[in-house]
Design a protein around this ligand. Sequence first.
Ligand code: SAH
Ligand code: MG
Length: 223
Amino acid sequence: MSGRTNRIKDYLSALFAPEDDILLAIKKQAKEARLPSIQVASPVGKLLYTLIKIHKPHKILEIGTLAGYSTVWMARALPPEGRIITLELYPEHVALAKKNIAMAGLESMIEIREGFASEQLDRMIEQEEGPFDLIFIDADKRNYPLYLEKVLQLSRSGTLILSDNLIPKGENIGTPQPNHPEGVSIYQFNELIASHPRLESILTPTIVGSMGRIDALGISLVK
Ligand code: SAH
Ligand code: MG
C-alpha cells in the first residue's frame, strides 16, 4: 500500500509541484542545520499556493515557520502588497528561515516573530492586529485546540483557516491511544472544527513523508 501511495506522491510532486532551486536549497540548508525534515510535502505547498490564488488573501498568519519552506510557497502566491507574519519558537529556526527568505528575495513580504506562539497570538489579539485573511496552523500539535480558540479572535467572516497534519500516525483513526497526547489533541481539534458554530470545515487527505503516509490538511472557512 505505502509503495503505491509513495509513487502517487512522487507523481504529484513531479508533474504538479516541482521544486525550483530555491525550494530545494531551503530543504538542503535545513538538513545541513539538522532541523527536523517536517516541512510540507511539495504537493501540499502547491495546494497552499493554489488556495491562496483562489482566496486572494492579503494578510496571512502562519504558526510554525521551521526553515521557511511553506512560507515561501505561500508568499509566491501573494500579490506584491501581500504580507505574511510567521511565528516560530526556536531562535535557530528563525535564523535559518530569515536566511532562506532573503535568498528567495521575499524579505519585504514576510515578518518572522520569535517566541511561544500562544503568547505571540495573545499579544496580536491585544494589539488588534487582526483580522487575517488566511491562517495556516502548522506548529506543536498539542496546542492546536488552543491555537484555534486564539486564531478565531484574529479572524473575520471569510477568513480561511488551514491546519496541517490532521491525521496523526497510528492505526486507530479517530480514536487515538490515550497515551499519545498529540493524537488526542489533533482528534479533539478535528471535532472542534467539524462542529464549531463559526466554521465550515473539511479535511483533504495528503500524502507525506518518505513512506507515503496518508495525512490531511484541514480547510475551515469562517462563517
Ligand atoms: N510550516 C513549516 C513546518 C513547521 S514545523 C513548513 O511546512 O515548512 C513546526 C514548527 O513549529 C517547528 O519549527 C517548531 O519549532 C515550531 N514550534 C513548535 N512549538 C512551537 C510553539 N509553541 N510556538 C511557536 N512555534 C513552535
Ligand atoms: Mg506540517
